[in-house]
Design a binder for this molecule. Structure first.
Ligand code: NAI
Length: 339
C-alpha cells in the first residue's frame, strides 16, 4: 500500500530522513512548504493519508479538506496548533513527538539563566563596543549567586524535570508548580511543591516556564503574576509565547521588579517591533540593556534533536497507517470513531 503523507509547512528539503523511514511503502511525500492552508490546493489535502504539521493551524476549516487523512502528527512537542476536539470528532487521531529535544530545551533555559547570572552576553557586548570602557564587571547588571537561590519551575514534565535537575547541580533549591502532577511527585524528586502559582512566584529567584499552552496557561504571566514575583527575579520562557503577556514583562523590567527576561518564544512569531518589548530590546534602550535575551523559537534545535524529531514524526504516522499502532495520541478524549 502506498500512502500519501502531506507536509504542509515543512522546512526540511529534501525529505531524506522521512523517505528513508517510508521507503518500504513507496509512499508519496508531498512537501508543500506553505504558510497558509488555503495556499495548498484542495486535491492535495484530499488525497493525504496523513498530515505532519509544523506550525500551520489544523482547525475545522482545514480538517474539512482532509477527506481521507487518518492521522495528524505535530512535528514537535507542543500541540497547541491542532484543534484537538475538531480532529477527534472527525475521527482523526492527533499525535505529537514528545521525546526528541527534551534536553536541548532544558539546556536552553539553563543557558539563559547562566547568561544572566554571569553576564556573559552583556560583558561581551560591552567589550566589543568599547575595549577600554568595557573592561569592567559593571556591565553585568544581572549578576547573582545561583548557589542557594530558588529555581522555580512552572510545569514539571519532561523538560521541566530536566531543567530542574540541571539547576540542582548548580546548588539551587528547586520548587515547582504543576497542578496536574499527582501528589507525591515532590517527594520522589525532593523538590518543594507550591500549591498555587502565586506561592511559587513568591519563592522563586528564577521562574522558568515548561508548561504547555492551553486555556489553563494562556497569559498566566500577567501584571498580577509579575507583582507576585520576588523583586529582582529572572523570568525565562522556553515553552510557548502566549503564556506570557509581554506588556507585563515590559512593565516588570522597566520598574526593576524583574531583573531579567529570557524568551525563546513570543505571543506573535516571528518577532516584530510592533511588540513594544521587542522594540525596546532591539533599540537596546539603556534600561533593558543586558537584561533581556531573545531567541527565535530555537530551544528545540540541535542537529541530533532535529533528526530525531523528523524520524519519530514519520514513524508515528507510518506505524498507524500501516499497523494501526497509535503512539502519543493527544486528543484521545475527543476521538470518537477513528476513520
Ligand atoms: P510535558 O507534557 O512533559 O510537561 C508539561 C507539564 O506541564 C506537565 O507536567 C503538566 O502537568 C504541566 N502543566 C499542565 N498544565 C499546567 C498548568 N496550568 N500549570 C503548570 N503546569 C501545568 O511536556 P514537555 O515535553 O516538558 O514540554 C513542555 C512544553 O515545552 C511543550 O508543551 C511545548 O510547548 C514547549 N516546547 C518548546 C520548545 C521550544 O523549542 N521552545 C520545544 C519543545 C517543547
Amino acid at each position: 500500500m502506498a500512502y500519501t503523507i502531506l507536509f504542509p509547512d515543512s522546512r526540511s528539503d529534501p525529505l531524506d530522513i522521512e523517505r528513508e523511514v517510508a521507503r518500504p511503502d513507496v509512499a508519496e511525500l508531498v512537501n508543500a512548504r506553505k504558510d497558509r492552508f488555503d495556499a495548498i490546493d484542495e486535491a492535495t489535502w484530499a488525497r493525504a493519508d496523513a498530515v505532519i504539521v509544523r506550525f500551520m493551524p489544523i482547525d475545522s476549516k482545514v480538517i474539512a479538506l482532509m477527506k481521507k487523512a487518518r492521522i495528524v502528527v505535530r512535528n514537535g512537542v507542543g500541540f497547541d496548533v491542532i484543534d484537538l476536539k475538531a480532529t477527534g470528532e472527525a475521527g482523526i487521531p492527533a499525535c505529537n513527538v514528545p521525546d526528541y529535544g527534551t534536553t536541548e530545551v532544558a539546556d536552553s533555559a539553563i543557558a539563559m539563566m547562566m547568561t544572566f547570572a554571569r553576564g556573559t552576553a552583556a560583558l561581551d557586548a560591552a567589550l566589543r563596543n568599547d575595549l577600554k570602557g568595557g573592561w569592567t564587571h559593571v556591565h553585568n547588571v544581572t549578576a547573582r549567586r545561583l548557589r542557594g537561590a530558588t529555581y522555580g519551575v512552572i510545569g514539571l514534565g519532561r523538560i521541566g524535570t530536566a531543567s530542574a535537575l540541571r539547576a540542582r547541580a548548580f546548588g539551587m533549591n528547586v520548587a515547582f508548580y504543576d497542578p496536574v502532577l499527582p501528589n507525591g511527585s515532590e517527594l520522589a524528586f525532593g523538590f518543594t511543591r507550591a500549591r498555587t502559582l502565586n506561592e511559587l512566584l513568591g519563592m522563586a529567584d528564577v521562574v522558568t516556564i515548561h508548561a504547555p499552552l492551553n486555556e489553563s496557561t494562556r497569559a498566566i504571566i500577567n501584571d498580577a503574576a509579575v507583582a507576585a514575583m520576588k523583586p529582582g527575579a529572572y523570568l525565562i520562557n522556553t515553552a510557548r509565547g502566549p503564556i506570557c503577556d509581554t506588556a507585563a514583562l515590559l512593565t516588570g523590567l522597566k520598574s526593576g521588579k524583574l531583573a531579567a527576561v529570557g524568551l525563546d518564544v513570543l505571543p506573535k512569531e516571528p518577532a516584530s517591533t510592533a511588540d513594544p518589548l521587542v522594540a525596546a530590546w532591539q533599540a537596546n534602550e539603556p534600561w533593558i540593556r543586558g537584561r533581556m535575551l531573545l531567541n527565535p523559537h530555537a530551544a528545540f534545535f540541535s542537529p541530533n534533536s532535529l533528526a530525531d524529531l523528523r524520524r519519530k514524526a514519520i514513524e508515528t504516522a507510518y506505524d498507524y497507517l500501516r499497523d494501526g499502532k497509535l503512539a502519543n495520541c493527544v486528543n484521545a478524549e475527543y476521538l470518537k470513531k477513528p476513520r
